[in-house]
Design a protein around this ligand. Structure first.
Ligand SMILES: Cc1cc2nc3c(=O)[nH]c(=O)nc-3n(C[C@H](O)[C@H](O)[C@H](O)COP(=O)(O)O)c2cc1C
Length: 245
C-alpha cells in the first residue's frame, strides 16, 4: 500500500465517536479552523456550497447548545461544538457568486470562453429552475409534465421536485461534516456527530431562517477513554457490498 493510503487508513480507523471529552480542555488555536477550511473543500452538488458552519465556543453558548443537544455527555463536555447547517435558501446568492467568478475568469482565460459560457448558462438558467421553490406545487406540476416529455426522449434526472431540494443540500453538507471529522482525527483530537438535538431550538439560537435545516452538530474535544463505548461494530463487507448484475 502506498504511504498516503496508509496515512488515510489510520485516520479512518482512528476516527471514532467519543461520547465524553476532557471537560474544560482548551483546543489549540487553529485545529477547528483548519478542519473547517478542509471541510469547505468537500465535493458538493453543482458546487453550489449550500452550507454554513456555526462555531459554538463561549462557555455560555456551549452550556445552552449542550442543553439543546439533549444534554448528551459528549455535548456537555465538548471544548467546541460546530453546527453544520444546510442552506438551500441561499441558492440565489451562490449563483451570483458563480456568475461573478466566471465573469472574472472569462477575462483572464480567453481559451476557455466556450467552456465558461456553458457554465454561465448552467448557473444562470439551469440552477434557478431546480432551486426556485416559490409556489412549489405549481412548479412541481410543470416539472412533472416536462419530465414526462424529456424522459420519453431519453435519460433525464428524475429527482428534481421541490421535496428534493433540501435533500440535495443536506447530502453535500454531510460530506463536509465527514471531511471535518476526519480532519479533527488527523489533528489528534476527537469528535462526536449529533442529530440527537432539538433542531427548532438550535435554529432559533443561531438566528437561522425557516428554510435552513440543521444537518448535524459536531462536538470536538480531547476524548477520554470512557468516551469510547465499545469496539467498532459494522455489518461485514460481504453483506453490504454487491456486484451489480
Ligand atoms: C448523522 C449522525 C448523527 C449521529 N447522532 C448521534 C447522537 O446524537 N448521539 C450519539 O451519541 N451518537 C450519534 N452519532 C454517532 C453514531 O452513533 C456513530 O457514528 C456510530 O455508532 C458508529 O460509531 P463510530 O462513529 O465510532 O464508528 C451520529 C452519527 C451520525 C453520522
Amino acid at each position: 500500500m502506498k504511504k498516503t493510503a496508509d496515512i488515510f487508513n489510520n485516520i479512518v480507523n482512528q476516527r471514532r465517536s467519543y461520547r465524553e471529552f476532557e471537560k474544560g480542555f482548551k483546543l489549540p488555536e487553529g485545529v477547528v479552523k483548519r478542519s473547517l477550511e478542509r471541510a469547505i473543500k468537500s465535493p458538493n452538488s453543482s458546487n453550489m456550497q449550500l452550507w454554513e458552519f456555526y462555531r459554538i465556543r463561549s462557555k455560555e453558548a456551549l452550556q445552552e447548545v449542550g442543553k439543546i443537544c439533549l444534554s448528551q455527555s459528549g455535548a456537555v463536555s465538548a471544548s467546541e461544538i460546530v453546527v453544520f447547517v444546510a442552506r438551500p435558501d441561499l441558492w440565489r446568492k451562490r449563483i451570483d457568486a458563480h456568475l461573478e467568478h466566471i465573469g472574472d475568469s472569462e477575462l483572464k482565460v480567453v481559451k476557455n470562453k466556450l467552456l465558461n459560457s456553458s457554465i454561465h448558462d448552467y448557473y444562470k438558467n439551469v440552477m434557478p429552475r431546480f432551486y426556485n421553490s416559490s409556489f412549489p406545487v405549481i412548479r412541481d406540476v410543470f416539472k412533472w409534465f416536462y419530465l414526462l416529455f424529456k424522459r420519453r426522449q431519453g435519460y433525464f434526472m428524475s429527482d428534481v421536485y421541490s421535496r428534493h431540494i433540501p435533500i440535495v443540500a443536506q447530502k453535500s453538507t454531510a460530506l463536509a461534516a465527514q471531511t471535518f471529522m476526519l480532519s479533527i482525527t488527523a489533528e489528534g483530537y476527537e469528535s462526536l456527530p449529533m442529530e440527537g438535538l432539538d433542531a427548532k431550538r438550535l435554529k432559533k439560537f443561531l438566528g437561522l431562517p425557516k428554510k435552513s435545516e440543521i444537518n448535524m452538530a459536531i462536538a470536538v474535544g480531547k476524548g477520554v477513554p470512557e468516551g469510547l463505548r465499545g469496539e467498532r461494530f459494522r455489518i461485514p463487507y460481504e453483506k453490504v457490498v454487491f456486484e451489480a448484475r
